[in-house]
Design a protein around this ligand. Structure first.
Ligand code: MTE
Ligand code: MO
Length: 200
């Protein structure tokens, strides 16, 4: 008899609660890597995180960033290529913490990553305990392929909004489409409304 039962290879565990899976998605146990270019590898001593667009830029070194209060979160993530992954565990600094001390009236945020990737979000969507700059995954430092040393985590929107290797948030009074948004992905990207492409 095979030591591995056939059931082990089932795509979705039978105990997945269907109400947690947005329309058109399937649950995977894998963690696929989806990157539009090569994986940047910035040394921590050269890494900074900054917020621009509201007065003088705010900037944190890696050590300063890691000294900020961090949170452990367990969330479901949904990629527009139709995989969802439930109960992923992360550690990161919430954007409430990063933006909390900054006086601004920005309606929009454009996230900028090493390598040139960008993605746009309404400023309201990154507040209220719904967005983090995550540096840990599954109890380990976030791997470079998945956006380490730190990536945006905005689990209530399709995962392309969770910019890997994020280095800067630009506060804007007008909306500017990011990388995938300018190639026809939906501007907002709500997985529960299947906002995959412009016009959805
Ligand atoms: N900088 C950067 N961030 C990115 C991407 C990218 O190509 N570059 N791809 C996005 C897309 S389309 C998805 S689905 C997720 C994939 O994250 P993962 O590779 O950790 O699964 O990262 C998002 N963030
Ligand atoms: Mo994606």
């Amino acid at each position: 008899m095979s030591p591995i039962s056939r059931g082990f290879h089932r795509r979705a565990a039978p105990d997945v609660d269907p109400s947690r899976v947005p329309p058109g998605q399937h649950v995977t146990a894998d963690f696929p890597v989806l990157s539009a270019g090569p994986t940047p590898r910035t040394a921590l001593r050269d890494w900074t995180f900054s917020v621009t667009g509201a007065g003088p830029a705010r900037s944190w070194t890696w050590d300063e960033f890691r000294a900020l209060p961090a949170e452990k979160v367990t969330v479901d993530i949904h990629c527009v290529t139709r995989w969802s992954k439930l109960d992923t565990t992360w550690e990161g600094v919430s954007l409430d913490t990063l933006l909390g001390g900054i006086r601004h009236e920005a309606g929009f945020v454009l996230a900028h990553s090493d390598g040139g990737y960008t993605t746009n979000l309404p400023a309201a969507d990154v507040m209220g305990g719904r967005a983090w700059v995550a540096f840990g995954y599954a109890g380990q430092p976030l791997e470079a392929e998945h956006g380490g040393p730190a990536r945006l985590l905005v689990p209530h929107l399709y995962f392309w909004k969770s910019a890997k290797w994020v280095r800067r948030l630009e506060l804007l009074d007008h909306d500017v489409p990011g990388f995938w948004e300018s190639y026809g992905y939906h501007n907002y990207g709500d997985p529960w409304k299947e906002q995959r492409y412009a016009g959805d």
